[in-house]
Design a protein around this ligand. Structure first.
Ligand SMILES: Nc1nc2c(c(=O)[nH]1)N[C@H]1C(S)=C(S)[C@@H](COP(=O)(O)OP(=O)(O)OC[C@H]3O[C@@H](n4cnc5c(=O)[nH]c(N)nc54)[C@H](O)[C@@H]3O)O[C@H]1N2
Ligand SMILES: Nc1nc2c(c(=O)[nH]1)N[C@H]1C(S)=C(S)[C@@H](COP(=O)(O)OP(=O)(O)OC[C@H]3O[C@@H](n4cnc5c(=O)[nH]c(N)nc54)[C@H](O)[C@@H]3O)O[C@H]1N2
Ligand code: SF4
Ligand SMILES: [Mo]
Length: 729
């Protein structure tokens, strides 16, 4: 007997619906795209297709591990939690709460546990030492959006299905399947744009698969997108092409700033000819429905926040902000419109380097400093949840050494790997199929409003869910007892009944609580958020609830994106802040960089369709072939430097010997190495056979984007030389 079940793929931001067949033993016998999913319509990629393999990976941890000295042993859950309680008590008794740190990795954006329980955990730990993969990724976008629109999550997404022109910088959705733009079958949507007569332009130091699909590919020197975008802004003003559809503050300041960046000047720095910059500006202005979209290549760069800001400056100046076919603000089903004060960054600063807080976090680029530098507030204990910063943080090799010096570390992770090998206790979450799934974070960036809930497909048989693991850690850290979910639900309801327009203003908390459904605390909290949300049972005209999503296992289409800027804006002025002072200050840094002598060779990253950061290399069918850790380099550089099959790459921070992959798809003067490789000390047997090297042995933690403190991975100066020839004598 087999059964057919449906669930959302948790492996990337595209949130595809999957249809799985399970045999009697709960083993996955096939995975297909769910054709009845109104959003993904049957799309699937090789990673989704191997979800069963990942789910049943024999190297996944099933029980907690405790390390005693250099030896690991399996332990029961109570024993493991008791060890954590002891570790936390000892360290905080000796060094106080600020000696505790937490690092949250990328999969937290894909789990219900991450979305619902990390907030309470951080609060219970009572520390400002909060770090996450966000400061190695999209923090510049949060900061730019926070300053312009008043909220760090007010991130407009390109309206892919209606745009007639798309300028894409530093993104490669044919490999990544999209980011901060939730769009299952991103490739199909780009092809549709072209089929309806639209134009796609890709700006990238590599001619990627996305660039191959585009009408035009423009090579750009790594790290210079802010100059290119300023050149476009300059042209829009100079040629009187500005069309504003919204009230804004700071138009004059933007015009004045742009005066320093005429196309012929920025052409030298960016490598993009002035006439191309001018033409792009004209095309954007003339296209009608046009969007500029930029992603990781432009974020993890020296001027990441300026680039993210300028993307939306161009969108605003061309009249494309908040209009169909331009860039728009999704309306997710769990959005609860609580008011917040104006957005600020740098409310506090890191102890050692004085780097700014952003979104309540400190930059991961300074995590090693905070662990290694003695004094009041030195980190002695680290909690990691779904993160592998030894491979993902800038200069991860230093972090590797720093983690070895901690007094105590606990990791919530399914694998013993490069990071969790330093833990004293590893708490593994259950299998994917034993976990419920709702995309709290990613549905807020979807190109169509949509919701889908996947209940757990298999029972837990004894072990805690990831939600329960994090809830128990929270209770240990707070010293309180009781039911965390009930506490959170009580707080949210108390706030909602006092909030004008919440739909439940003035109602009785206990009566509302009794209306919530769900088998687990996480499900009841989802039900509450859905009911309070904009389509919810408790909102005017709505009927959404957990029950309704359970009745629609393929997901629910909630309609195309609609203009909603006034609802989204949270700035003190109530209008779009086009020239936030913090960013104008950083323009001085950008100006100073105009005349900088570019390094002869610079390093950038890349992603492969069958990979996923550091943790999918243990699935046999996904690794090998083109998914290997090679250094892409232009053949002209190979010849110029006299290189053979491999070469030595040196940066200010490290040195690697890497196999070369000569290709004219990469600009001369630029080399590309994927991150997330360099497997060692891990329980992952397949990954160990495809170890590769870590790109973050070369990246530099001292280089950050100033306003956000974000890591800089693209444009790292390197030198490349032949491997030493060892003679036979
Ligand atoms: N040089 C360079 N470095 C980069 C980047 C780059 O482009 N170039 N990209 C950056 C970006 S965008 C990101 S997001 C970061 C990622 O940085 P991290 O999040 O630190 O790294 P990942 O490799 O995603 O590690 C995820 C960890 O979560 C575990 N895991 C997987 N599923 C689950 C789960 O369901 N629950 C739990 N608890 N754990 C789980 C995995 O075993 C793994 O240990 O890397 C950054 N680093
Ligand atoms: N298959 C796969 N999918 C993934 C991931 C994965 O590891 N593998 N990771 C997920 C994560 S965590 C994220 S954040 C997203 C990222 O999603 P994307 O942003 O689409 O990521 P990439 O595919 O790395 O594309 C970034 C592009 O930027 C280019 N680039 C590098 N430097 C510069 C620069 O200075 N300027 C410009 N204009 N371009 C530059 C690179 O050549 C690359 O083609 O992908 C997610 N999806
Ligand atoms: S594109 Fe992303 S969400 Fe869709 S099947 Fe592939 S990994 Fe899963
Ligand atoms: Mo990311």
């Amino acid at each position: 007997m087999t059964s057919t079940v449906h669930r959302t793929c948790p492996l990337c931001e595209a949130v595809c619906g999957l249809t799985l067949t399970l045999d009697d033993g709960g083993h996955v016998t096939s995975v297909r795209g769910d054709r009845d999913d109104p959003f993904s319509k049957g799309f699937i990629c090789p990673k989704g297709a191997s979800l069963g393999r990942l789910d049943e990976d024999p190297d996944r941890l099933r029980r907690p591990l405790i390390r005693e000295g250099g030896r690991w042993r399996e332990a029961g859950w109570d024993e493991a939690f008791a060890a954590v309680e002891r570790g936390l008590a000892e360290v905080t008794a000796a060094h106080g709460r600020q000696s505790v740190a937490v690092y949250l990795g990328n999969p937290n954006a894909h789990t219900m546990a991450g979305a619902l329980y990390n907030g309470p955990l951080i609060k219970a730990l009572g520390t400002r030492n909060v770090f996450s993969a966000s400061s190695a990724d999209q923090m510049p976008k949060h900061v730019a959006s926070g300053l312009m629109f008043g909220h760090p999550l007010a991130i407009p997404v390109p309206d892919l299905d209606r745009a007639d022109y798309l300028l894409m910088l530093g993104a490669n959705p044919l490999e990544s399947n999209g980011s901060l733009c939730t769009a299952p079958d991103f490739p199909g949507r780009l092809k549709a744009l072209r089929r309806r007569g639209g134009r796609l332009v890709v700006v990238d130091p590599r001619r990627t698969r996305t660039a191959e699909l585009a009408d035009e590919h423009v090579f750009v020197r790594p790290g210079t997108d802010a100059y290119l975008l300023f050149g476009i802004v300059h042209t829009l003003f100079a040629e009187d092409l500005v069309t504003l559809a919204h009230q804004v503050n700071g138009l004059d300041e933007v015009r004045e700033s742009a005066e320093h960046f005429p196309p012929d000047v920025v052409a030298r720095r960016t490598g993009v000819p002035a006439e191309v910059i001018v033409r792009l500006a004209r095309e954007l202005a003339a296209a009608g429905r046009a969007a500029v979209y930029a992603r990781i290549g432009t974020c993890t760069a020296e001027f990441g926040t300026l680039a993210q800001w300028l993307v939306d400056v161009v969108n605003t100046l061309t009249g494309n902000l908040d209009r169909p076919g331009g860039v728009m603000f999704p309306k997710p089903a769990t959005e609860f419109a609580g008011r917040r004060g104006p957005y600020r960054v740098g409310r506090w600063r890191s102890r050692v380097r004085g780097l700014p807080e952003a979104n309540g976090e400190l930059p991961v680029a300074t995590l090693a400093d905070e662990i290694e530098t003695p004094g009041e507030g030195q980190i002695k204990l680290l909690v990691t949840v779904a993160g592998n910063p030894v491979l993902s943080a800038p200069h991860g090799d230093r972090l590797d050494r720093a983690l070895a010096g901690l007094d105590f570390m606990v990791s919530v992770d399914p694998y013993l790997n490069e990071t969790t090998k330093h833990a004293h206790v590893i708490l593994p979450p259950p299998r994917v199929l034993q976990s419920g799934h709702y995309d709290f974070a990613l549905l807020g960036f979807a190109v169509r409003n949509y919701a889908r809930y996947s209940p757990p497909l298999l029972p837990l048989d004894g072990q805690p869910s990831e939600a329960q693991i994090l809830a128990r850690l929270t209770m240990i850290a707070s010293g309180a007892d009781g039911d965390l979910d009930e506490f959170v639900i009580g707080q949210m309801l108390a706030k909602a009944v006092e909030t004008p327009g919440s739909g439940v203003e003035g109602r009785d908390v206990a009566e509302l609580r009794a209306l919530l459904e769900g088998d687990t605390g996480a499900e009841r909290r989802l039900d509450l958020m859905l009911k309070l949300g904009p389509y919810g049972e408790w909102a005017a005209g709505g009927d959404l609830s957990l029950r309704k999503l359970l009745d629609h296992p393929h997901g629910l289409d909630l309609g195309p994106l609609e203009p909603r800027l006034p609802e989204v804006l949270r700035t003190a002025s109530g209008v779009v802040e086009l020239a936030p002072p913090l960013l104008l200050e950083d323009v001085d840094r950008l100006r100073a960089g105009l005349d900088a002598e570019p390094a002869e060779m610079v390093l950038i990253g890349r992603r492969h369709l069958r990979s996923n950061n550091s943790w999918l290399h243990n699935v046999g069918p996904l690794v090998g072939g083109s998914n290997t850790c090679t250094l892409q380099i232009n053949p002209a550089d190979v010849a110029r430097l006299g290189l053979g099959g491999e070469a030595v790459v040196r940066s200010a921070k490290g040195e690697l010997t890497v196999p070369l992959e000569p290709t004219d798809t990469i600009m001369p003067g630029v080399v590309s190495l994927p991150h997330g490789w360099g497997h060692q000390g891990s329980s992952q047997a397949v990954a160990a056979k495809h170890a590769g090297v870590s790109a973050n042995a070369l990246t530099d933690e001292t280089a950050v984007d100033v306003p956000s403190g974000n890591a800089v991975f693209n444009g790292v100066p390197v030198t490349i030389s032949p491997t030493r020839v060892i003679s036979a004598h």
